[in-house]
Design a protein around this ligand. Structure first.
Ligand code: HEC
Length: 178
């Protein structure tokens, strides 16, 4: 026979359970709103992107900054920020990311033996200085759904230095933009 205590215990337990379920479903049903509008940095549909995200942040072209960039600083930054996932020497292995030898002007998502995301594969075209700049500024904003799990380099000078370094890592470095 159920004692009063057992019944009281059951009532308490179901009340607690209901509270927990309530909290959990609240969390599931009410996702957090973004504090800031999501970035939309893209080069293939600027008009559509502007319409969809009025607060899109555009970054100024990196080309004019490359001639004065610091290749040595770019190399140090690469080793700190990129080397965990990318080799950049000629014939270097693919790691978490593809080898980046000769990346400037290389067709996107084209390095042998690397399994690219369909998002990057769909991008098409060659890696221009500006495209690389957009990728390393905010990978997931430039290629929505990319496998490159990297937050990005917010500082323009850092990106200019890294790109200037990447440019040198090629059989024939691509010409600097005028
Ligand atoms: C956490 C690992 C990781 C880090 C850190 C990282 N990357 Fe990547 N990167 C990737 C992956 C994975 C891909 C392939 C992306 C895809 O398929 O969507 C990629 C792709 C790229 C590509 C395109 C390559 C191609 O063949 O099309 C470039 C350029 C690039 N990364 C540059 C950089 C630079 C420069 C840095 C440092 C500032 C960096 N990455 C940091 C993982 C990383």
């Amino acid at each position: 026979m159920a004692s009063f205590n057992t019944i009281a215990g059951c009532v308490l337990a179901s009340a607690l359970f209901a509270m927990v379920v309530g909290k959990v479903s609240n969390a599931v049903v009410h996702p957090h709103k973004l504090d800031k509008p999501a970035l939309a940095v893209t080069d293939d549909a600027p008009a559509a992107a502007t319409a969809a995200a009025p607060a899109a942040i555009e970054i100024p072209p990196i080309g004019p900054k490359l001639a004065g960039a610091n290749v040595e600083a770019g190399k140090a930054l690469f080793q700190k920020q990129c080397f965990s996932c990318h080799t950049v020497d000629k014939g270097g292995a693919n790691k978490v990311g593809p080898n980046l030898w000769g990346i400037v002007d290389r067709p996107k998502a084209s390095h042998a033996g690397f399994g690219y995301s369909s998002a990057l594969t769909a991008k098409g075209g060659n890696w221009t200085y500006e495209d690389i700049d957009h990728l390393i500024f905010k990978p997931n904003a430039y290629v929505r759904g990319t496998k490159m799990a990297f937050a990005g380099l917010p500082k323009e000078q850092d990106r200019a230095d890294v790109i200037a370094y990447l440019r040198t890592m090629a059989d024939t470095p691509a010409p600097l933009p005028k």
